[in-house]
Ligand binder design. Structure first.
Ligand code: TYD
Ligand code: MG
Length: 458
């Protein structure tokens, strides 16, 4: 008989250790280990999670036609912004993980998408492990959804869910949320890493073997007791995360992984009292009306996926307690900020080593692209020197370690969108390819290095 073994498993990333640890060596999360008893190695690690004979090897040449174009198999969710992050709609047999904090709008978006898919003649099964069918119905009617061809299943037992799927044969199954689904034969608690991984794997297998599209909802919890969606990231085809500021009405959804399209694509919605509304022209969404340039504030023409967003980057410097300088980056990469501060010290001679530095992107947007470098540098430099760029200026560009400006992708689009939104000066790296930009009355100012741009501030 197999011996029972005790492991410690990280709720965030699923890392398995023999001893309890305060900090996960794999993902760096603190206090994330749960004890799990597992019936011997041979029973667990070597037990196939899905039936062994699920597939046969195929000849790539013979079957290649089947895979050549997935365009025919794609279908819309009825929500253009959701389709966009999916890479143009859903694909038969694909598995999608939709993550986000509670209350951000995952269930709302899915019930809207369920109706959109059902309108194309497909049956959708919406499995809810958190709400009752009447709660779902109430929400659906409030946002004007009829529920034709949408089957709601309030169930948490995986075996029962799989039986219902075999019976109903839906085109799309939505599991809201996968963390509360459990397999009764597994000796682990619902919400544990073992349960999440096993249920996730069986649902992915169902998708691959039957062509059913499976959407899994995963809660991202700050210090919850349930396992995080990271554990499922590598077994699904598409990973989408909601981001953005709760206190605002905007909801951003970003593809972190996509086997069927580009990653880093951004979908933008607004939460209203009739559900989520798509925002198809978001370029100026995050710019305040009547914005005026001031020290420590810079407008960045950011490229998010295939779209341009104009966002305000803010910087603040304050005297630091000796030996305790703080650097806080919200919406930008902290490592990138550290590099930019070093460049400012060296090439602009700003004494930042005795200052606390804060950088923030307004509106809860994350801009992790190098094109944000120049805006970050100017926001911090402006805050430090109390100088500002001329009114209605937008900037973009990557900074090199010797203070030089480097061209970035979509330069021309960034310029065009900034001009369309009424900005009068655009500062960007020399060498940016511009073919057909229309400048109207705006002035374009290519610059070679940071020093040159700093001279434009007054
Ligand atoms: P929900 O989709 O339940 O979030 P999640 O599934 O990610 O936990 O959305 C919940 C929030 O959205 C809740 O605070 C209420 C708000 N909301 C609206 O403002 N308008 C609406 O039409 C709906 C359905 C929800
Ligand atoms: Mg929900």
């Amino acid at each position: 008989m197999a011996k029972e073994k005790t492991y410690y498993v990280c709720r965030e990333c699923g890392s398995r250790q023999l001893k309890w640890m305060g900090k996960c060596p794999d993902c760096g999360q603190w206090d994330s280990f749960d004890q799990e008893k597992i019936q011997g190695l041979s029973d667990d690690l070597h037990r196939p999670m899905v039936p062994v004979d699920m597939s046969k090897p195929v000849n790539l040449a013979d079957d290649v036609e089947k895979f050549q174009s997935d365009e025919g198999l794609r279908y819309t969710t009825g929500l253009g912004e959701f389709d966009r992050v999916l890479g143009g709609g859903l694909v038969d047999g694909a598995t999608i993980l939709l993550g986000g904090p509670p209350g951000i709008g995952k269930s709302t978006m899915l019930i809207q998408a369920a109706q959109g898919i059902a309108d194309t003649g497909r049956t959708v099964m919406y499995v809810t492990s958190e709400e009752s069918p009447s709660q779902i119905k109430m929400r659906a009617s409030r946002i004007g959804i009829t529920g034709d061809r949408v089957v709601v299943d309030a169930q948490t037992n995986l075996e029962v869910i799989l039986n219902h799927i075999r019976e109903i044969k839906p085109a799309v199954v939505m599991i809201d949320s996968v963390q509360l689904i459990y397999k009764p034969t597994l000796p682990a608690a619902p919400g544990s890493v073992s349960q999440l991984r096993q249920c996730g794997t069986e649902l992915v297998w169902l998708a691959k073997s039957t062509g059913t599209t499976v959407v899994l909802v995963g809660h991202v919890t700050k210090q919850g007791t349930i396992a995080g969606p990271k554990i499922l990231e590598h077994i699904v085809d598409v990973v989408l995360y909601f981001e953005g500021d709760y206190h605002q009405r905007h909801r951003l959804i970003r593809a972190a992984k996509n086997r069927f399209g580009a990653t880093n694509e951004l979908g933008i919605f607004e939460m209203s009292d009739r559900g989520l509304i798509e925002i198809t022209d978001p370029a100026g969404l995050f710019l305040q009306r009547g914005y005026s340039q001031r020290p420590g504030s810079v407008i960045l023409s950011a490229g998010e996926g295939t779209r341009i967003l104009l966002v305000e980057v803010q910087g603040l410097t304050a005297p630091a307690a000796p030996g305790m300088t703080r650097r806080k980056a919200t919406g930008v990469d902290a490592n990138r900020l550290a590099m930019i501060l070093a460049i400012l010290e060296r090439h602009a001679r700003l004494k930042l080593s005795t200052k606390d530095v804060f950088v923030n992107v307004v509106g809860g947007v994350k801009v992790n692209e190098p094109a944000a470098d120049l805006a970050i540098a100017l926001a911090v430099a402006g805050a430090y020197t109390n100088k500002t760029l001329p009114q209605a200026t937008a900037v973009f560009g990557e900074l090199g370690l010797s203070g030089e400006l480097r061209p970035v992708p979509f330069g021309e689009n960034r310029i065009n969108e900034a001009i369309r939104l009424g900005l009068r000066q655009i500062i960007f790296p020399t060498g940016t390819a511009i073919r057909s930009a229309r400048f109207e009355d705006s002035q374009i100012i290519p610059c070679q290095n940071l020093t040159q741009v700093l001279e434009l501030m007054e």
